[in-house]
Design a protein around this ligand. Structure first.
Ligand SMILES: Nc1nc2c(ncn2[C@@H]2O[C@H](COP(=O)(O)OP(=O)(O)OP(=O)(O)O)[C@@H](O)[C@H]2O)c(=O)[nH]1
Ligand SMILES: [Mg+2]
Length: 301
């Protein structure tokens, strides 16, 4: 039996979170069509039976980019931490992008990787196979890869091959977690992320990076069968508040009902959701707000 840690790392928007959700079969990480969606380390544990008997601890990470704010410094630190102490790296690469400076930068960071690196060429549902060849050639010239696997994280195409390659490179060992263990994400953080996903979806064009969700209260005890969730949506400037609220509060209402549907499905109970917009100038530079918004490298606790 094999057991070990696998980090999905790469540029923003490559499909790392979509891939995590696909391999664990549960939506643990939120996804959006804008880069820099993931802001923390998200663990998902999957057990494999049969010939590939294994427990794999998958780790999704924020995309590697040039950090311009304290928030982004934390995000890339989380990604770098997830490179150094794992058994296998899955370098997730959007196959629809041409080679650029970002590729070199990410590969440079992977020099700290102790274990083998598997190159995951993602979004192959969008590109013709021959277009993968120059990318594969370029990567092969840069370093050694344990395997190069084209996948579609979205459709699941090729993901079983990727899982087999990963398992083959894990050390032998007993499982670290019980079989029903899924994630170390606290429920309140998962809940806040579900709200943030709808916030991103419904304000995406106007406010891609300047919002956060802080869970002020997660109360599943006061009322049997109903979760009470109180969240603050942080914006940086007063002018951003009406964008979240929408005309006569229509948009925040839409965010709330969409998030409530997801929360009810995930937590399998009724949900009372209270959303409140707060202006917090420079929250992206403020350690206290970053901690509360769950943007915290492991070394900070
Ligand atoms: N067509 C297609 N779209 C995909 C695939 N994988 C991811 N996407 C889309 O690509 C976008 C980014 O996906 P994410 O999973 O959020 O990417 P990420 O690498 O986690 O991004 P960050 O968290 O910002 O670093 C979303 O719109 C996804 O739906 C794929 O295999 N095919
Ligand atoms: Mg992500």
């Amino acid at each position: 039996m094999r057991c070990g840690y696998v980090s999905f790392v790469g540029r923003p928007n490559a499909g790392k979170s979509t891939l995590l959700n696909q391999v664990v079969g549960v939506k643990l990480a939120i996804v959006s069509d804008k880069p820099q969606t993931t802001r923390n380390r998200i663990v998902g544990v999957q057990n494999y039976p049969g010939d590939d008997l294994a427990q794999v601890i998958f780790v999704d990470t924020p995309g590697i980019h040039r950090p311009l704010h304290r928030m982004n410094v934390r995000m890339v630190d989380i990604a770098y931490e997830a490179i150094s102490d794992v058994d296998v790296i899955g370098l997730v690469r959007d196959a629809t992008d041409g080679i650029g400076a970002g590729d070199k930068w990410v590969l440079g960071q992977l020099e700290k990787a102790a274990g083998p690196v598997v190159l995951v060429l993602n979004k192959v549902d969008l590109v013709a196979k021959p277009r993968l060849l120059p990318i594969i050639d370029w990567y092969r010239q840069q370093r050694e890869f344990a395997a190069i696997v084209p996948v579609s994280a979205k459709t699941g195409d090729g993901v079983d091959i990727l899982e087999r390659e990963i398992i083959a490179h894990l050390p032998e060992g007993e499982p670290f977690y019980p079989e029903d263990y899924l994630t170390d994400q606290p429920q309140r953080l998962l809940a806040g992320e579900m709200v943030r996903e709808q916030l991103l979806r419904l304000t995406h064009a106007e406010l891609p990076f300047t919002t956060a969700v802080v869970v002020d209260r997660f109360d599943d005890e006061s009322e049997p069968g109903r979760l009470h969730l109180y969240c603050s949506i942080l914006v940086e400037r007063p002018s951003q508040k009406p964008i979240v609220l929408g005309p006569r509060g229509a948009r925040i209402k839409e965010i709330g009902s969409a998030a409530r549907r997801d929360l009810e499905r995930f937590f399998e109970c009724r949900v009372y959701l209270d959303l409140h917009v707060k202006v917090r100038a420079e929250w992206r530079e403020n350690d206290r707000w970053l901690d509360q918004a769950g943007v915290a490298p492991r070394s900070r606790g």
